[in-house]
Design a protein around this ligand. Structure first.
Ligand code: NAX
Length: 334
């Protein structure tokens, strides 16, 4: 290995954490030339889980793994961090009001943002996985004034990969032949999975769907099956598995960081990044866009034509992000 990276994982004692740790230590995220030092952040109740994972990491004797540190102190966890995966959060429980949810997460992501501001390496890259991911990223960023807002992102790659999976099945093509699918907006049921610019083996996806199903049926399939199924796939997984997405979420987080660090090659992908006002998304919101990565920076794909159907759906999801921002602002969390 030529370089060493410090990777911090919060919620490391949880399910997604357990899935991520071994793959990162094996080099799947940063590649075979980068050794890793892992820092596992937990709350006191989660420490045993993280400590157990640390024992198994030791037992795996990964050639790229230089050190593992388990802590419940955010300052220690983010000291010198190059890549931070913020997985631990307070997801919405039954009957939980949005205000309570946002307040609980403000109590997590505010202090973590401060700790990142205080101790992170100058090239720090942050991806928030814990829900509500977009707004949690906004809160963390607001507490890290010395870190460029572009370094705080939220995960919508799982939604993107889910869309690829659905299209590959519908068109009977390998996922490797699909390009330029987009997830817009919030990582929530309002997200907009968009195939308007997507191609399969170089041909327009909408055209191919029309050929397979007929034009009307293709429109119906997109609006009534594809979009809601991708947007609600998390609930479907819970229903079938009896537990939320874990391995697919870890895969997506690894894809997100790998592409951010090493660049995208085949067309674009989706990530929630800070808006520059593109496509009518208010400046400063952390919203999902079509993005490419080059030189370690995400860039929003510009100049795409957006029809009325798409704009309306983008606006609807963005309106939810605006509401979340107003709510956390009213609570004094940003
Ligand atoms: P688990 O409950 O298994 O693990 C979460 C861990 O986070 C627990 O060990 C807990 O002790 C720890 N934790 C809580 N607060 C913390 C804090 N302040 N600092 C450090 N650690 C803390 O959940 P898991 O299945 O791993 O899911 C984690 C999060 O991912 C959830 O919020 C979930 O909603 C979110 N998801 C996000 C997805 C996405 O695409 N963005 C998809 C999958 C997943 O549902």
């Amino acid at each position: 290995a030529n370089t060493v990276a410090t990777v911090t994982i919060t919620g490391a004692g949880g399910q997604i954490g357990y899935n991520l740790l071994f793959r990162i230590a094996a080099g799947e995220m940063l590649g075979p030339d980068t050794a890793v030092r892992l820092k596992l952040l937990e709350i006191p109740q989660g420490m045993r889980g993280a400590e157990g994972a640390a024992l198994e990491l030791q037992d795996s004797a990964f050639p790229l793994l230089q050190a593992v540190d388990v802590t419940d102190d955010p300052r220690r966890a983010f000291d010198g961090v190059n890549v931070a995966l913020l997985v631990g959060s307070r997801p919405r429980g039954p009957g939980m009001e949005r205000g309570d949810l946002l307040a609980a997460n403000g109590g997590i992501f505010g202090p973590q943002g401060e700790a990142i501001n205080a101790g992170a390496a100058s090239d720090v890259r942050v991806v928030v996985v814990g829900n509500p991911a977009n707004t949690n990223a906004l809160i963390a960023s607001a507490h890290a004034p010395d870190v460029p807002a572009s370094r705080f992102t939220a995960l919508t790659r799982l939604d993107h990969n889910r869309a690829l999976g659905q299209l590959a099945a519908a068109l009977t093509v390998p996922v490797t032949q699909l390009r330029d699918v987009t997830i817009w907006g919030n990582h929530s049921a309002t997200q907009f999975p968009d195939v308007a610019h997507a191609t399969a083996a170089g041909r327009d996806v909408a055209e191919r769907l029309s050929e397979e199903m007929g034009a009307d049926a293709a429109q119906r399939w997109l609006a009534e099956e594809f979009i809601p199924r991708v947007a609600r796939r998390g609930a479907e997984i819970i229903e079938v598995r009896g537990s939320s997405s874990v391995a697919s979420a870890a895969t997506a987080a690894i894809d997100h960081v790998r592409d951010w660090v090493h660049g995208t090659t085949d067309g674009w992908t989706s990530a929630a990044i800070v808006s520059d006002g593109s496509y009518g998304v208010p400046d400063g919101l952390v919203s999902s866009f079509p993005v490419t990565s080059e030189g370690g920076e995400w860039a929003i794909v510009s100049g795409l034509s957006i029809d009325a159907f798409a704009q309306e759906r983008i606006d609807r999801s963005v309106a939810e992000l605006v509401e979340e921002r107003e709510a956390v602002s009213a609570l004094g969390l940003i």
